[in-house]
Design a protein around this ligand. Structure first.
Ligand SMILES: [Zn+2]
Length: 262
């Protein structure tokens, strides 16, 4: 039997559509457009069996109709949100998704914050996290508040360290620039930034990445780390920085306004 493969398909400006393949069959996660997926399926000689969706944003679902035109009847498993009209099954936190081929069992994890119905699919040491957790960063809070988003990140953070994070965008380089501004002395982060620069200069993706490396480098998973606490205390005062939700909200706000000086 051939090995199971995770294939990031670049799409739109900086999205990744994920394929999880075994033998000649695959799952498709978050198809924001159809053409690059159809090309990848042809190139890799894969037949899709199921589409998984993490949230309703067009850059994650707009390709579903085009895929169904070529592969009618593909199941579309999505969060319980009426804004996703193509769903054939709607799932929420705590539900399990079993797929026959490639044989997989996913746990659905509710991770609201970027959107109110955002979910992740976790199974077989892989998590499809959409736009909630990025490598060295996190999503914007379009439909959630800091405590809600932080609770979602905490849940992803508790998955095993060898879990591979598959996220919806290639944002790692920009995220490293921000992370270094609040966690400058972090040797793991410096190394990750170098590695990401080298990968991107060769046109290669920086993901998937282990959660273990994210724990060491991602400021949004490091709200309790002494270096992040110190940066926050310096910016908003030691008393305010005592509260971890306040530290997270400060980080997210800083990231929103951050422009790399290069
Ligand atoms: Zn999104």
């Amino acid at each position: 039997m051939l090995q199971r493969r995770l294939i990031p398909v670049p799409a739109l400006a900086d999205n990744y559509i994920w394929l999880l393949a075994e033998n000649n069959q695959c799952l498709i996660v978050d198809p924001g457009e159809a053409p690059p997926v159809l090309a990848a399926l042809r190139r890799e000689r894969l037949t899709p069996t199921t589409i998984l969706l993490t949230h309703h944003h067009p850059d994650h679902i707009a390709g579903v109709a085009g895929l169904l035109a070529t592969y009618p009847g593909l199941p579309v498993i999505a969060p319980d949100d009426e804004r996703i009209a193509t769903a054939t099954r709607r799932v929420g936190d705590g539900e399990r998704v079993h797929i026959d081929a490639p044989r997989s069992d996913f746990e659905v994890i509710g991770i609201p914050g970027h959107t109110r119905s955002h979910i992740a699919f976790f199974g077989a040491r892989v998590v499809f996290a959409g736009d909630t957790l990025f490598s060295v960063g996190c999503g914007r809070m379009f439909e959630g508040t800091p405590p809600v988003m932080l609770a979602s990140l905490d849940r992803l953070s508790q998955l095993p360290g060898d879990t591979l994070l598959c996220c919806g965008h290639e944002y790692t380089l920009a995220n490293c620039a921000f992370a270094l501004s609040v966690d400058a002395g972090n040797a793991d982060l410096q190394q990750r930034a170098e590695q990401a620069r080298a990968l991107r200069s060769r046109g290669e993706p920086t993901v998937p990445v282990t959660l273990e490396l994210e724990h060491a480098t991602n400021p949004f998973l490091r709200v309790d780390a002494p270096a992040i606490r110190a940066s926050c205390a310096q910016a908003i005062g030691a008393a305010a920085a005592e509260d971890r939700v306040t530290r997270f909200a400060w980080l997210r706000r800083e990231k929103d306004g951050f422009r790399a000086s290069t």
